[in-house]
Write a protein that binds this ligand. Sequence first.
Ligand code: LMR
Length: 331
Amino acid sequence: MLRSCVVTAMISLSILFSAAVRADGPIVIKFAHVVADDTPKGKGALLFKKLVEERLAGKVSVEVYPNSSLVGDADEMQALLDNEVQMLAPSLSKFDKYTKKLQVFDLPFLFDDGDAVARFQRREKSRELLRSMVNDNIYGLAYWNNGLKQLSSTQALHRPEDAAGLAFRIQPSAVLEAQFNAVGAKPVRLAFADVYKSLAAGVVQGAENPWSNIASQNMHKVQPFITESNHGVLAYMLITNGQFWNKLPFAIRSELEGIILEVTQAVNDEAEALNRRDRDRILAGGTSKLVTLTDAERQAWREKMLPVWKAYEDEIGADVIRAALTVNRRH
Ligand code: LMR
């Protein structure tokens, strides 16, 4: 009697559980970002969706919201913390509120090139930074790279003095603010979604972005000059809500981690080619004139901006800056 009661109870429970699973359907990951689909990050998000839906079909589905269409710079982090979205990939310049150490990526003229940035991201110091916001429930999954930033403007910028008095749009980063202050320009914090219209309306006269963001937002159409300065980097941290992530069934989380490794590799391998393609497209379009710096001119920008390293050394940590410097070949 007792045995049959237990069996009946178990059967009812399992019916209940499977009904719950059916009612709940697959786990949904909402992945929001602020750029266009045809950019390193945009393509990465779509590749992530494709691989997840192939390999975890029926278990996990991914909804990608590009172009600040669900949440943007102002509200995306809160949305992640509220578990309204489960994945974001904000630029490393957008984490000031949570950690100062990531500001290392904003230091001007720190990295020789994109490869150096990728090398640094594989080092222990960078890996530690992925976990630097866990107490805020922000869990870093990977670094995704876009590329080196160029200076676009209404005026030809050859020497740092050429930027004096011009207003430049910046991301919300104290280091970027200091970088533009160092050349006598006026930094203005604006959300990415507002950059094109602010440039078009003349609210700001310049900006800094890799070619892929300039092209996909049509910034070049309102910026007659682009100085190929390669003065800084634009890189992202793929992040998730820590509680959401830890509650995922182990097998699903492991599969997602494998997919993230694969997508990260693809994004970082392809970013440079995408930027080259967009550089060619912009220059072929003829809306913007390319300003190429001589070695002496580039050195002049570097010298003006270099004091920013010292000013932020305490906040970032001398050890972190030193670790970043060692990845350059000339070091
Ligand atoms: C910006 O605000 O300029 C960038 O962070 C946008 C992006 O995500 O590439």
